[in-house]
Design a protein around this ligand. Structure first.
Ligand code: GYE
Length: 334
């Protein structure tokens, strides 16, 4: 009994020493210059998904180019390298650094409730950008700006319906983006609704290529070994389309306007549209990554005490290889 008491006592002493230590050394305290008092600057913590695609690179550049010191901001940028746990850690760091705004480009839709509640508890507004989140309580984020991914999918399907109307059978390979991301969910729902509505359409393969060129190529290579008849490859972004095209050509088949396999893509980045102009991507649905100024506009509204729209959808177009021009490509910065 005595022994147990002694053990408990020393454990308690150790604990209080440790507690003392962490407060006095200031571990995890905001560094001076960070937080609200950063010389009148607005401090923005931005948790980015990663660097998987040209779209993502353009999005990062747009954010970095907007939240500059010259514009009155201090941007704390964190690249989560495709891991939600890294995004959660980044958000907790932003909270500790007492940033003025947290901007989150979420990898997937679910799993945000706890960490966003932590941000809400300390009163930091959270702006969601690009992909959407699925939370039980909408007050866990202030507002969102991004694309209507389901509409993008429906746009591609509409084009396919027009072009493939007279075919008896249409065999479709589907390369999906990061599973559980809004971009994947919406574009996949669009295609699956199209397959359900068109009796002549058949999904012969459906696999994720993680939105990267390398994975898109690898997945397409293996599908080509199993499927000899493919009419369409529906790629959920440009980078996977580039990979798929390489795989198809390496297998001795042709793509695009005069080719064996129709290629559908999303994003319509500069490189994607160049491949569309070459006639290798038949139809490319735009997804606009230039969210920096849009997020800044939301922050300005909040700074002015206004309440921005909860959800803001960006207007987007789509480009057909038979009508696109070089001028269209030259006019875009991403
Ligand atoms: O289409 C893809 C990127 O979430 C809209 O993510 C974004 C998507 C985009 O990796 O290229």
């Amino acid at each position: 009994m005595k022994k147990l008491f002694a053990v408990l006592l020393s454990a308690a002493m150790l604990f209080s020493l440790a507690a003392c230590g962490s407060t006095s050394t200031g571990v995890n305290q905001p560094e001076s210059g960070e937080g609200d008092a950063a010389g009148g600057q607005i401090v923005v913590g931005f948790s980015q998904v990663g660097a998987e695609s040209d779209w993502r690179t353009a999005n990062t550049e747009s954010m970095r180019g907007t939240f500059t010191e010259a514009n009155g901001y201090r941007l704390i940028f964190d690249d989560a390298q495709q891991k939600q746990e890294n995004q959660i850690t980044a958000i907790r760091n932003f909270i500790q650094q007492e940033v003025d705004y947290i901007v989150l480009a979420p990898i997937g839709e679910t799993g945000w409730d706890t960490v966003l509640q932590e941000a809400k508890d300390v009163g930091i507004p959270v702006i969601i950008v690009d992909r959407m989140i699925d939370v039980s309580d909408d007050s866990l984020f202030t507002c969102w700006v991004g694309s209507d991914f389901r509409k993008e999918g429906d746009t591609a399907v509409e084009w396919m319906q027009n072009v493939l109307a007279d075919k008896d059978s249409v065999k479709i390979v589907h390369l999906q983006g990061t599973i559980g991301s809004s971009a994947q969910i919406g574009r996949t729902e669009g295609l699956e609704a199209g397959v359900a509505a068109n009796a002549n359409w058949e999904l012969v393969a459906q696999q994720t290529g993680e939105f990267t060129q390398a994975k898109g190529q690898e997945v397409m290579e293996s599908i080509l070994k199993q499927q000899s008849e493919i009419d369409v490859v529906y790629c959920e972004n440009d980078n996977m389309a580039f990979g798929a095209i390489d795989a198809i050509e390496a297998a001795g088949k042709t793509v695009g306007v005069d080719g064996d396999i129709i290629v559908i893509s999303f994003d319509a980045t500069n490189a994607g549209l160049t491949t569309t102009l070459e006639g290798k991507i038949n139809y490319n649905v735009e997804c606009n990554p230039l969210h920096g100024p849009r997020v800044e506009n939301l922050i300005k509204q909040l700074e002015a005490g206004e309440t921005p729209e909860k959800l803001a959808y960006v207007d987007e177009e789509a480009f057909d290889a038979t009508t696109i021009t070089q001028e269209v490509i030259d006019a875009r910065s991403y």
